[in-house]
Ligand binder design. Structure first.
Ligand SMILES: [Zn+2]
Length: 272
């Protein structure tokens, strides 16, 4: 297997993976979406709410506010030693909000949530939560826990987890009819004209839509678009809670754990 990093920053990871099967790529993609844990607000105790929004809507908005995640210091509640429905400091973080509009209308942002752990805070402090009119108050206590996307989408650590086949494009080596239709139609601007010939400008941008092949008026087609067997471009976009490379590492650990569990169960059945 060969891996090449195309892009890596705080939230995005784009890699080329070669010599792997599509099934592995799909397993990783799905585990990233559904099984890598992240932190999200799961329970809200409303102390005072005189805003125009119902408690449930405020709680829903808080749940969907992405939080910084620390997988090393916190346990998944189901696996925590405390086994308490309220949780303990190892499986729960308390955030509080106590705001009031003293004059005029005021927007309350995620940055006003006060967390008991300064590491577990919203990924951005500029997410609008609610607008309060003069005299309205909102006071609440929120409990964040680790969870997974298969239970609720608020626990998905990513906004994007996707892969595509690695494109392979053959352009005519000689000057073709020079209609430029393929160059103009491509939504991803893959082609350019170089020395009066069609040339590939950005191969990796190709999403194999085949518009260029359809647009080509020659028969047989002078442009050929295919995909490379067992090569993929994977794209992860974290919601900011965890670095994208950590999310992928966790996904591989989870896949490994599932295989080990399968192996163990199989052994037990054999020995029966
Ligand atoms: Zn606990």
């Amino acid at each position: 297997m060969k891996i090449e990093i195309l892009e890596k920053n705080e939230t995005n990871l784009r890699i080329i993976v070669k010599e792997v099967d599509v099934t592995l790529m799909n397993a990783l993609r799905r585990i990233v979406l559904a099984e890598v844990p992240s932190m999200a607000i799961d329970e809200v105790v409303m102390i005072e709410n005189s805003s125009i929004l119902q408690d449930e809507i405020v709680a829903h908005r808080l749940g969907l506010t992405p939080l910084k995640t620390d997988l090393d210091s916190y346990n998944i509640p189901e696996e925590c030693e405390c086994q308490s429905e309220f949780g303990c400091p190892q499986c729960r973080v308390t955030l509080t909000l106590d705001v009031e509009s003293k004059e005029g209308t005021r927007t309350i942002y995620s940055g006003e949530l006060v967390s008991e752990n300064p590491e577990i805070v919203p990924v951005s402090d500029k997410i609008p939560l609610i607008k309060l009119a003069k005299g309205q108050k909102l006071k609440l206590e929120a409990y964040a826990r680790l969870g997974t996307g298969k239970k609720h989408a608020k626990w998905q650590p990513v906004a994007v987890s996707a892969y595509k086949y690695f494109p392979k494009i053959e352009v005519p080596s000689k000057k073709c009819e020079d209609c430029q239709k393929c160059v103009d139609i491509c939504p991803k601007k893959v082609y350019t004209i170089k020395d009066e010939k069609v040339d590939v400008r950005d191969l990796l941008a190709c999403n194999l839509c085949m518009d260029c092949v359809e647009a080509c008026p020659t028969e047989p087609k002078s442009i050929k678009v295919e995909w490379v067997k067992n090569a993929f471009i994977m794209n992860l976009e974290s919601n900011g809670g965890l670095p994208p490379e950590r999310i992928l590492q966790e996904a591989t650990k989870i896949l490994d754990k599932q295989f080990k569990e399968f192996e163990e169960k199989l052994k037990v059945e054999y020995e029966k």
